[in-house]
Design a protein around this ligand. Structure first.
Ligand code: IPM
Ligand code: MN
Length: 365
């Protein structure tokens, strides 16, 4: 029987369609090579969707996503000026992305921070710090905490505008992300760094208590604790001490961007957002309005997100690995995209489509 998967394709804004196009080129090669069929269903999502349809996450898109086996999403967001023309609650982050996360309860966000040894020169860190490359997996809780807590705003008794937003987690939410993190650690170096702020935040006290309850189920995994601010310093001074890291939503947002900085660009940050029934895949970076339409964006994060989909939603680990190896080969043969700085100037800068073509060529040989 021929396997067929339906994939909702949400191209998003600005550079979204350009990098998505390259990801599709790659997907079509995998289709030929594996015999699996991918039925791609495009649907509007984000800021452009708002201007075209009046909704950042239209009902029609929800229906396409509901029916799909997996969702691939490009970056969303418009320039500051264009965003200002959208009502606050329809702005694509609040009006589309967070509702997508909530709809499919994609609580487990996997953000690999990965730079193979031969590409270590892309990192802004000194060669001796990143010798051997960077390889960690940041696991971010994605549907709790400040992002989804109750929000209230108004004018207080003294006539001052105030805002109150709540950082809320219940123990089940913490437990489920801990299981994900321990299982991931088991597949890797069996060391789990727990990132928290229990010296100040009660939410971290509960977080750590639940971790202690779950840990005995994984006696083979060593748990290490790091307070989030200290972790930020440690990541820069010695990123190679980390393997799997687990953290709440907001900490994960911030440290994963730091992760992109360690690699040299957010353009090297694919991600998987996994829920109990459905997962969606997206680059960790934004929509880069400044370079949209110029054909210079780095499609690595988007293509890498496709690889994560093959692995996590369709059990196609081998194909996922082939894609990552192909991209590694393109960089390794002396090509780069404009976002990456090669201090020795040895690499030749190529555009978005050229990068995609070279990945395809590498897959075919
Ligand atoms: C990310 C992004 C989003 C977030 C924004 C676009 C809402 O920065 O996926 O990291 O903060 O989660
Ligand atoms: Mn972010």
């Amino acid at each position: 029987m021929i396997k067929k998967y339906t994939i909702a394709m949400l191209e998003g804004d600005c550079i979204g369609p350009e990098i998505m196009r390259e990801a599709v080129k790659v997907l079509r090669v995998i289709e030929q090579q594996s015999g699996v069929t991918f039925d791609l269903q495009y649907a509007p999502f984000g800021g452009k969707a708002y201007f075209d349809t009046g909704k950042a996450f239209p009902d029609e898109t929800k229906a396409v996503c509901d029916r799909a086996d997996a969702i691939v999403k490009g970056p969303i967001g418009l320039s500051h000026a264009d965003s200002q023309r959208i009502p606050v609650d329809e702005q694509p982050e609040r009006g589309a992305l967070l509702p997508l996360r909530r709809r499919y309860n994609t609580f487990a966000n996997f953000r690999p921070v990965y730079l193979p040894p031969e590409l270590a020169h892309f990192s802004p860190l000194k060669a001796r710090v990143v010798e051997g490359g960077i390889d960690m997996m940041m696991i971010r809780e994605l549907v709790g905490g400040l992002y989804f807590g109750r929000k209230e705003e108004g004018v207080n008794a003294e006539g001052k505008r105030y805002v109150n937003e709540v950082l809320e987690y219940d123990e089940d939410q913490i437990r489920q992300i801990m299981h994900i993190a321990f299982k991931e650690s088991r597949k890797r170096k069996k060391v789990l760094h727990n990132i928290h702020k229990s010296n100040v935040l009660k939410s971290s006290v509960l977080w750590n208590a639940v971790l202690d309850e779950v840990a005995p189920e994984y006696p083979d995994v060593v748990v290490k604790h790091a307070i989030v601010d200290a972790a930020a310093t440690a990541l820069v001074l010695n990123p190679r001490q980390f393997d799997v890291m687990v953290m709440e939503n907001m900490f994960g947002d911030i440290l994963s961007d730091l992760g992109g900085g360690l690699l040299g660009s957010l353009g090297l940050m694919p991600s998987a957002c996994v829920g109990p029934e459905k997962a969606y895949y997206e680059p960790s970076h934004g929509s880069a309005p400044d370079i949209a339409g110029k054909g210079v964006a780095n499609p690595y994060s988007m293509i890498g997100s496709i690889a994560l989909m093959l692995e996590k939603s369709f059990g196609m680990e081998k194909e996922a690995q082939q894609i990552m190896n192909a991209m590694r080969k393109v960089f390794g043969s002396g090509y780069t995209t404009a976002d990456l700085k090669d201090p020795e100037g040895k690499s030749q800068v190529i555009g978005t489509a050229e990068f995609g073509d070279k990945v395809v060529a590498a897959l075919l040989h």
